[in-house]
Design a binder for this molecule. Structure first.
Ligand SMILES: Cc1cc2nc3c(=O)[nH]c(=O)nc-3n(C[C@H](O)[C@H](O)[C@H](O)COP(=O)(O)OP(=O)(O)OC[C@H]3O[C@@H](n4cnc5c(N)ncnc54)[C@H](O)[C@@H]3O)c2cc1C
Length: 390
């Protein structure tokens, strides 16, 4: 595995670092406090080319690999998880999915404006009765000549109230289980599409938009189908392979944000006549935080490298997501405590990072779901073997 990023990857990372410092940092605290999704920020990401990292240049993207993308996600995630989450949905779940599964017409129509932030996308998978159990969804799509009629409901959809385009996953053959799902590209202006904000305030990701979506007799042509009929589960899972890598990299960024803030604080806060960083228990916290950060970054880099090489990467992506998100949460917890009372209000960024961290362990497959994926890969199929040694 090549550990050193290429010059091209470093340039993309530097661009993300600049945008994070110049555009995200000045407004992150206010966006969180006011629960404000900032369209200006999103447009700045589009102008900087940060929404089209892995998208082909022919479709308005940067033509870079996933390694470049994870470097950018780390930079954005170190400053603002809400904005980093926007990019994971826009680029990882929506654009990459259209690139992987779309027809020429669909790619030409949607990818260039998505890369420029002229079209905002959302990814509609989760329902009130179907979160981890994707195949248990109730949203139906029924054929009517050359059209499909959609009825159902989605919840927790990031960007849902501001999106122009929604990837909707629906059951087209209820008897076929996970092989009976199909994905559709649904313009949010379609009659029968309705979005409303989630009713209750969120713990974190407060600068992001989350919606409850309703589809009521929504008619779309068969040309809006993304991928073959019945391939929706596969479409959803390949999208999640992209998205989860972005979440892992975002967790590395959040972890780094906690570590850097803690290191700075430990150098400057004095108690008992010394820097608190001179106390061995504080040093242990910093050392553990640093070691886990490097491990998370390497696992994420490994997963991105496998993905760029076109090798199977589902196991590596799940491993990176599980490890990086759980360790980011631990780092955020430790960072708040290391700041003492100052960590308990939003004067320092660690309070926001702490609230944001938990979401990373939930969306795009909870930690338990990542453990299930990893264990299935490790154990393989039951071949009927049995011990006969006793
Ligand atoms: C901030 C945020 C943004 C989101 N954005 C989107 C989005 O853009 N699009 C979208 O479609 N969804 C989105 N989601 C939804 C998210 O993907 C789901 O919340 C997540 O998949 C879990 O589903 P659930 O909430 O229904 O929990 P459940 O599936 O009900 O899980 C509840 C608990 O049970 C555990 N559990 C469930 N099944 C098993 C099992 N077999 N073995 C062991 N434990 C199990 C889970 O790990 C969890 O701890 C978002 C969620 C959040 C918080």
């Amino acid at each position: 595995m090549q550990f050193e990023p290429t010059d091209e990857e470093l340039t993309f990372q530097e661009k993300a670092r600049q945008v994070a410092a110049d555009v995200l940092l000045p407004v992150a605290r206010a966006a969180d406090a006011e629960r404000r999704f900032d369209r200006d920020v999103v447009e700045a990401l589009g102008r900087a080319g940060l929404l089209g990292g892995p998208i082909d240049e022919a479709y308005g993207g940067e033509g870079l690999g996933h390694r470049a993308q994870v470097l950018a996600h780390e930079e954005l995630g170190a400053v603002d998880t809400s904005v980093r989450g926007f990019v994971a949905v826009q680029t990882g779940l929506v654009a990459s999915c259209i690139q992987d599964w779309g027809t020429e017409e669909q790619k030409a129509e949607y990818l260039p404006p998505i890369c420029r932030a002229e079209i905002i996308g959302c990814y509609g998978l989760t329902e009130p009765g179907a979160g981890s159990d994707v195949a248990g969804m109730a949203t139906r799509a029924v054929r009517d000549g050359n059209d499909w009629i959609l009825d159902g409901e989605k919840v927790w959809i990031t960007n849902g109230n501001v999106a122009d385009l929604c990837l909707v996953f629906a059951k087209t053959n209820p008897a076929a289980g996970s092989r009976g799902l199909t994905c559709f590209l649904v313009p949010t202006t379609s009659p029968g599409f309705r979005a409303e904000p989630m009713t209750d305030p969120e713990l974190g990701h407060r600068g992001a938009d989350h919606a409850r979506l309703h589809f009521e007799g929504l008619r779309i042509p068969d040309t809006a189908r993304l991928g073959p009929e019945g391939s929706g589960f596969k479409v959803a899972m390949t999208a999640l392979d992209h998205g989860r890598l972005g979440v892992a990299a975002g967790a590395v960024g959040l972890h780094r944000g906690c570590f850097e803030a803690s290191l700075d604080f430990a150098r400057r806060r004095r108690q008992f006549g010394r820097r608190i960083g001179d106390f061995q228990m504080v040093q242990a916290t910093l050392a553990d935080m640093h070691a886990a950060l490097e491990a998370s970054r390497l696992l994420t880099w490994q997963a991105a490298t496998l993905k760029d090489e076109g090798k199977p990467c589902t196991l590596a992506v799940s491993r990176a997501k599980l490890f990086a998100t759980e360790n980011a949460s631990k780092a955020a917890h430790d960072a708040v405590l290391l700041h003492g009372g100052r960590g308990y209000n939003n004067a320092y960024p660690v309070e926001r990072l702490y609230r944001d961290a938990l979401g990373l362990e939930i969306y795009e497959g909870t930690s338990n779901i990542q453990r299930i994926i990893i264990a299935r890969h490790l154990l393989g199929r039951d071949e009927g073997e049995e011990l006969t040694d006793v």
